[in-house]
Design a binder for this molecule. Structure first.
Ligand code: KG4
Ligand code: ZN
Length: 337
C-alpha cells in the first residue's frame, strides 16, 4: 500500500522538511540553509544552529505540506533525522517530529542521516536497488558502505580523522574562502590552468587499503601556504585547489577501487553526500566505474547536500521494517550507518 511520509532534517546547518511518497517520489522538499548565519564564525556554531532550527521548523513543515498537494491527514508517518549530528540540532527535529506525530496519531520514524544520504540515490534513480556500494562523502562523514539491503549496511572503509568535506572547508579557509568552501574550491580547480608546482599527499592510510586520513593533507596545505608566506610568495589559489582536488581524487578512487576489487558482489557504485556535488570527483568516480564496467549513480546537486527528502525516502524503508520510535526516543550524536 502507498505510504506518504513527512520528513524533517535538522542534524547540522540546514533545516528542511519534505513530503515523500513510497520512498521514491518527492512531493515537496523545502530547505533553509543557515550558512549565512554561521559564515562569520568560520563554521557551524551548534547552539546558534539549534536556535535557528527552532525558529524555522514549524513554518517549513507547513510549507512542505502546502507544496506537496497532500494534507496532514494524508500523511502515514512523521520522520526525522535522529542520528548522527549535532545533539541540540537533532533534538529540535526529533522533538518536533515526535510531537507532530503524536498530535496526528501517526507513527514517528527515526532515521540515520548517513542512510538518508544513500537514499538520495533512490529519489534520483528508479533502477537503483540494493545490493550496491555507496561512497558517502560529506562534511561529517567519509565512508565506503556496502548497502546489502534497504536497512542493512556494512561499513567497508572510513576515515580515521577528518571527513572529506571538512578537508575541503579547512583548506578553503586557509586560502581565505569563507565557510563552507567546498563549492568554491570546486570552481577554483575548474578554472585552474594546471596544478603548478603544488603537490599534496593522497588522503589514505598506507597499508590499510580501505581507509582514509585527511588530516595530513590539511597539514600539508597549511605548511605550504605558511612557507610561501614567509618567503613572500603569493598563493596561486587556483593551482592549489587543483593540486588539493587531485590528491583527494587519488585517495577516493584508489580506496574505491580496492573495495570494489575486494567485494565483487557490488556491481553498482553510488556517490552521495555534500561532497558528491564536486564536479571533479563525480567525473573521476564515473571514469572508475567505466573502467570497472559497473553502473555509476550520483544524485542531482539538489539532493547531494542535506535535505529532508532523502530522510523521507529512507524513512519509507525503515517504516516498512517496523523501525518506529516512541515518545521516549532520543537522538544520538555519534553513530555509523
Ligand atoms: O552532506 P552535507 O550537506 O552535510 C553533512 O552531512 O556534513 O555536506 C556538506 C559538505 C561541506 O563540507 C561542503 O563544503 C561540501 O559538502 N561541499 C562540497 C561541494 N559542495 C558542497 N565539497 C566539494 N565540492 C563541492 N562542489
Ligand atoms: Zn549530510
Amino acid at each position: 500500500m502507498s505510504k506518504i511520509i513527512l520528513a524533517i532534517e535538522s542534524s547540522c546547518d540546514e533545516t528542511s522538511a519534505a513530503v515523500v511518497k513510497d520512498g521514491r517520489t518527492v512531493l515537496s522538499n523545502v530547505v533553509l540553509s543557515q550558512i549565512d548565519i554561521h559564515k562569520k564564525y568560520g563554521g557551524v556554531v551548534p547552539e546558534i544552529a539549534s536556535r535557528a532550527h527552532t525558529e524555522a521548523i514549524s513554518h517549513l513543515a507547513k510549507q512542505a505540506i502546502e507544496q506537496s498537494g497532500v494534507t496532514f491527514d494524508d500523511i502515514d508517518a512523521v520522520a526525522a533525522t535522529s542520528l548522527p549530528g549535532l545533539i541540540g540540532a537533532l533534538l529540535v527535529g526529533v522533538s518536533f517530529a515526535k510531537a507532530l506525530a503524536y498530535s496526528l496519531s501517526k507513527p514517528f520514524v527515526p532515521v540515520n542521516h548517513i542512510r538518508g544520504h544513500i537514499a538520495a540515490g533512490y529519489l534520483a534513480h528508479e533502477e537503483l536497488k540494493p545490493p550496491f556500494c555507496a561512497a558517502v562523502l560529506s562534511g561529517g562523514h567519509t565512508s565506503i558502505i556496502g548497502v546489502d539491503n534497504y536497512t542493512s549496511f556494512r561499513v567497508l572503509g572510513c576515515t580515521r580523522d577528518d571527513a572529506a568535506g571538512e578537508a575541503f572547508d579547512k583548506t578553503a579557509r586557509i586560502i581565505g574562502i569563507p565557510y563552507p568552501g567546498g563549492k568554491e574550491m570546486d570552481e577554483l580547480a575548474a578554472s585552474a590552468k594546471g596544478c603548478g608546482n603544488y603537490e599534496f599527499p593522497s588522503p589514505i592510510v598506507k597499508d590499510s587499503p580501505f581507509e582514509f586520513s585527511f588530516s595530513g593533507l590539511k597539514t600539508a596545505v597549511i605548511n605550504r601556504v605558511h612557507n610561501d608566506e614567509q618567503k613572500g610568495i603569493e598563493t596561486d589559489r587556483e593551482a592549489l585547489a587543483c593540486a588539493f582536488t587531485k590528491a583527494v581524487i587519488s585517495g577516493i578512487t584508489t580506496r574505491l577501487e580496492n573495495v570494489l576489487n575486494a567485494y565483487p558482489e557490488y556491481t553498482s557504485l553510488l556517490l552521495c553526500g555534500g561532497v558528491s556535488a564536486n564536479s571533479h570527483i563525480r567525473k573521476a568516480a564515473e571514469k572508475l566505474c567505466k573502467k570497472k564496467k559497473i553502473s555509476f549513480y550520483v544524485p542531482p546537486l539538489s539532493l547531494c547536500g542535506d535535505n529532508a527528502a532523502m530522510i523521507g525516502s529512507q524513512a519509507f524503508y525503515e517504516f516498512a521494517e517496523g523501525n518506529v520510535g516512541g515518545l521516549d526516543h532520543n537522538p544520538i550524536p555519534d553513530s555509523e550507518v
